[in-house]
Design a binder for this molecule. Structure first.
Ligand SMILES: Nc1ncnc2c1ncn2[C@@H]1O[C@H](COP(=O)(O)OP(=O)(O)OP(=O)(O)O)[C@@H](O)[C@H]1O
Ligand SMILES: [Mg+2]
Length: 251
């Protein structure tokens, strides 16, 4: 379980995270939703230690990672995979180099790197013949898969995705969601997904909604469409802000 306790973060004088409390179950997929600019990416980066919180705790496998530094943080980090909001591939490197970059840096022999990269590409259903292609030669959906393959390189047991389907059409988005779901089961992962895309609910276990720096809803993904929680009700239907109008009130 990942336990987030009263997590707070301010940049200059502005509080972005205002006291987040959340228990993320092991071996399940938890989706965090919320409007643009609410601080979802900032929350995710605090969970993996990329941003240091101003206050609060993030307990992963019994360790408060906000208190770790140096080697210990690196160790904790190895168990985590982070899929960036945009695939964040390096345009001047081919797919083999993009996915295998950490192995290349660690001077692992090339045949071994090729073997490992091929395995990871297979996991995300990409053909081997893209190894020597460049990111600009791939479609957006393929680039997202390459980003995912790179994340799998360290065999993480927790994967955090920041908007994995942004910029993709609904059909490609569905394919990515199915892939995330399959990997979730196959590799027995704990997945945390930030998404605006309600299609993910079909594949997820839990949904949390972030609004004004706090979690305003946390419940089962299967029942999220029936929820009368005003924040989640409005968000998933794309209703305008403000109090719920009477015609939208659930009986
Ligand atoms: N390093 C930083 N320094 C200062 N302010 C930051 C920093 N990172 C994020 N912010 C601010 O925190 C707020 C939340 O940003 P964040 O990127 O987490 O939003 P988000 O919910 O992920 O939005 P989106 O859905 O558009 O990705 C924004 O107002 C942003 O300007
Ligand atoms: Mg974001």
């Amino acid at each position: 379980m990942i336990e987030i306790i009263d997590l707070k973060k301010k940049f200059d004088d502005k509080w972005i995270t205002k006291g987040v409390n959340l228990e993320i179950p092991d071996g399940k997929m938890t989706v965090i939703i919320g409007r643009s600019g609410e601080g979802k990416s900032v929350l995710l980066k605090q969970i993996i230690g990329l941003i240091k919180p101003s206050e609060g705790k993030v307990i992963i496998n019994g360790n408060d990672i906000t208190k770790l530094s140096g080697k210990k943080l690196e160790e904790a980090f190895k168990k985590l995979g982070y899929v960036f909001q945009f695939a964040a591939l390096l345009d001047s490197l081919n797919i083999l180099e993009n996915v295998g970059i950490t192995l290349i840096e660690n001077r692992i022999p090339m045949p071994k790197i090729i073997k490992t990269v091929k395995e990871k590409l297979a996991l995300v259903n990409l053909p081997e013949d893209i190894l020597y292609k460049y990111p600009s030669e791939l479609s957006g959906g393929m680039r997202k898969r390459v980003g995912l393959a790179r994340t799998l390189l360290t065999n993480p047991n927790i994967i955090l995705y920041d908007e994995p389907t942004t910029g993709l059409d609904p059909i490609t988005s569905r394919i990515i969601h199915e892939l995330m779901f399959d990997m979730q089961k196959k590799l027995d992962l704990t997945s945390i997904v930030i998404s605006h895309d309600v299609d993910i609910f079909k594949y997820a276990d839990k949904v949390a909604l972030l609004h004004d720096g706090k979690i305003r809803y946390f419940g089962d993904a299967k029942t999220v469409w029936e929820s009368d929680n005003p924040y989640v009700y409005q968000f998933i239907r794309g209703l305008p802000e403000g109090p719920i109008k009477s015609e939208f009130t659930i009986k």
